[in-house]
Design a protein around this ligand. Structure first.
Ligand SMILES: [Zn+2]
Length: 186
């Protein structure tokens, strides 16, 4: 048995029971990637109760719909500031408006509890920022705090899901193939 580090402990739920496995739009476990029809891998967070940043990123995708700014005001403001008014009109109300960070926080609270959620989300968010900055090209440093917010507000569910899964795969050191990602049901 590997020694439990303080870092590991922080990711642990500290609960008597571990949350039941969650499955994504492809019916794969968001913790270990195993299909619903097969048992999870021994190292799956839903078995060990130790959740990492990549699981938070993947588990966030299925909760995004609950964190949409319904009235679109925030999204409209962001897009106006960016000079994207025409884009808003053309693509309609179906796109964007997701408050990505609050979806990540809600996910982490459910998986590891309130005590450990904040620090876990901050690490996941820092990684996602780095990922998006690379994906989008070099962004000026002051933009960093806005990158995750802007991505949630301006991209559709499919694109956000792709980003979160691709970031999680990079975090895990796994290959990610967008072709295998499939379609998220809106
Ligand atoms: Zn699993």
């Amino acid at each position: 048995m590997p020694e439990t580090t303080a870092h590991d402990h922080e990711r642990h739920t500290g609960r008597a029971t571990t949350p039941v496995a969650e499955y994504d739009h492809n019916d794969n476990c968001v913790g270990c990637g195993t299909h619903r029809n097969a048992p999870c891998r021994p190292a799956c967070p839903f078995g060990t109760g130790v959740f990492d940043e990549s699981t938070i990123l993947r588990a966030t995708v299925r909760r995004l719909s609950d964190h949409r700014v319904i009235d679109g005001q925030a999204r409209a403001f962001v897009l106006r500031e960016l000079g994207c008014v025409e884009w808003t009109v053309r693509r309609g109300q179906r796109h964007g408006g997701y408050h990505l960070r609050s979806a990540m926080v809600a996910t982490a609270v459910e998986l590891v509890g309130e005590t450990h959620a904040t620090s876990l989300v901050e690490r996941a968010r820092e990684f996602l920022i780095d990922f998006l900055v690379v994906e989008w090209g070099a962004a000026p440093q002051p933009m960093r705090v806005l990158v995750v917010y802007l991505h949630g507000m301006t991209a559709d569910l499919q694109d956000i899901g792709l980003s979160l899964y691709a970031a999680a795969a990079r975090l895990d050191g796994d290959d990610f193939n967008a072709e295998d990602f499939g379609e998220i049901d809106g």
